[in-house]
Design a binder for this molecule. Structure first.
Ligand code: T46
Length: 140
């Protein structure tokens, strides 16, 4: 999927610990207007089951391991976030489902816009219709 990028960040180690960072202009091409994070996962339950019509996101897992499955309605790609030096940059338009693979995992998200339920497609059949209407016009 061309509009999902996995990026390995630098790890700057010092006696006090390690530090990683990502930047607009280098790793992401949008301003982050909202940050949210998911924690206290129920490991049995998958989350997600939606796509975003416009939102761009950067995702990282500072602790634990998270599996995220993205689909564009045709192919599905599985990503594992299990290292704080790894980020995934996701363009609009991908259906996603995710699950925690380890206890106490945390999924952090930097988003290109504030929360708006109007940006969500939460029904998979509606998502497939949306892809059909937008696939040629946009970069899904
Ligand atoms: C995504 C994945 C990775 C808010 O009120 N404000 C917010 O900023 C967010 C993100 C959610 N909410 C509300 C909406 C729902 O009533 O929190 C509730 C749980 O949200 P949702 O069911 O969408 O949670 P996830 O874990 O399925 O999805 C979330 C994000 O919504 C979504 O953008 O990509 O994390």
């Amino acid at each position: 999927m061309k509009d999902i990028k996995e990026i390995d960040l630098k790890k700057i180690k010092s006696p006090g610990g390690s530090l990683s960072f990502f930047e607009k202009g280098k790793d992401i091409d949008f301003d982050i207007k909202r940050v949210y994070y998911i924690y206290e996962f129920c490991q049995e339950n998958r989350r997600g089951f939606h796509a975003h019509k416009d939102l761009k996101q950067v995702m990282w897992c500072p602790h634990g391991a998270i599996e995220i499955d993205f689909t564009d309605g045709k192919e599905t790609i599985k990503y594992i976030l299990n290292d704080p030096t790894k980020i995934i940059v996701v363009n609009k338009g991908y259906w996603r489902e995710f699950v925690s693979l380890k206890e106490n995992s945390i999924l952090c998200v930097g988003a290109s816009d504030v929360y708006s339920e109007d940006d969500y497609i939460r029904d998979y059949n509606k998502y497939l219709e949306w892809v059909e209407e937008n696939y040629e016009k946009d970069t899904v």
